[in-house]
Design a protein around this ligand. Structure first.
Ligand SMILES: CC(C)(COP(=O)(O)OP(=O)(O)OC[C@H]1O[C@@H](n2cnc3c(N)ncnc32)[C@H](O)[C@@H]1OP(=O)(O)O)[C@@H](O)C(=O)NCCC(=O)NCCS
Length: 294
């Protein structure tokens, strides 16, 4: 087994490995889903393309953070990390189920963490996977259990919200300022990718500022300089979700009660999620992390 830098021609294998390792159900022709880990497991075609697009984005911006485990039979493990200012984020991490418990995961995580050398702080959104949590805790991460908001929004209860508008490129400096204040690092290189798939909303008032990404029916990232602006943004984003569609807001630690309160008032339910894993930092507040970008 060797751990080597990821190449562009590894992206398709990385996608297959993560689909199997995350035990995604098999999409069948009829649209019904198969059993976890059934063969061939996989993402739906659009989700697969998008996943690969994201890994290509990471390879372009953070080539030294992207690693694979390989042998003569090909690639069987993957880790992709990014560095934004002095924040290190683990974006993807998986070993093919047939090759787990051989040490590849440990070696991949070491390579990805090395990329963060000099970064003070680390962040990742962890699945509730015992082997992964063991690795993260072993690497010094604190594990913060997280909730998610799930369900269909009751559009009748959404209050009138003003002060929130669609962002333009001219708002990115504002977004950077909010990010620096809330989590100490921007998402600057990732906005081009995120706006390809989602809508960026901003709020800039005398009382505070913030932004939110609405990605289909997910609130994919949100940060604000205070809770009241964060709630305003969350209501505005929920108001724009397609009626009747299942909405998700993920990786909310107990620090994000401002979000739980809005979600519950909007008719969503609270369920357990994975863990927000952090190193040398407390959970940013008010904040909804991006699963791939921290
Ligand atoms: C997390 C993952 C990448 C680890 O890969 P791996 O190649 O199996 O890792 P290693 O063999 O180096 O180490 C696995 C460790 O987990 C432990 N482990 C494995 N299964 C376990 C389980 N069910 N419960 C507790 N510990 C477990 C092993 O004993 C080993 O620990 P040790 O080295 O201290 O003895 C792999 O399990 C995986 O792909 N999981 C599914 C995808 C996932 O959850 N990824 C993380 C997303 S946030």
């Amino acid at each position: 087994m060797r751990i080597r830098p990821m190449r562009a021609d590894d992206v398709a294998a990385a996608e297959r490995i993560t689909a199997r390792a995350f035990a995604l159900p098999t999409p069948s022709a009829s649209g019904s889903s198969g059993a976890p880990n059934s063969s061939p497991a996989g993402r739906a075609p659009l989700a697969r393309e998008r996943w690969m697009d994201r890994l290509r984005h990471m390879l372009a911006v953070d080539p030294a953070g992207c690693w694979v485990a390989a042998d003569d039979d090909g690639v069987f493990g993957v880790a992709a990390a990014l560095r934004r200012d002095l924040l290190w984020v683990l974006s993807t991490y998986a070993v093919d189920p047939d090759r787990q418990r051989e040490g590849a995961g440990t070696a991949l995580l070491e390579a990805a963490i090395d990329y963060g050398h000099g970064c003070l702080r680390g962040m990742l959104c962890a699945l509730p996977n015992p082997a992964a949590l063991r690795r993260y805790r072993g690497a010094g991460f604190s594990l913060y259990p997280a909730f998610k908001l799930v369900g269909t929004v009751d559009h009748h209860v959404i209050p009138e919200i003003d002060g929130v508008r669609a962002a333009t490129d001219r708002d990115l400096d504002l977004v950077d300022s909010v990010d620096r204040q809330v989590r100490g690092a921007t998402h600057r290189p990732d906005h081009a990718f995120m706006t390809r798939y989602g809508q960026l909303l901003v709020c800039d008032l005398f009382t505070g500022s913030g932004y939110a990404y609405l990605d289909g029916s997910a609130i994919a990232l949100l940060a604000a300089t205070n809770r009241s602006i964060a709630q305003r943004l969350l209501w505005a984003a929920l108001a724009q979700t397609p009626p009747g569609e299942e909405v998700t807001v993920r990786y909310l630690t107990s620090d994000q009660e401002w979000a739980l309160d809005v979600g519950l008032a909007a008719g969503l339910r609270v369920e357990m999620d994975g863990c927000l894993a952090l190193r040398h930092m407390r959970p940013p507040v008010p904040y909804v992390p991006s699963v791939p970008f921290g």
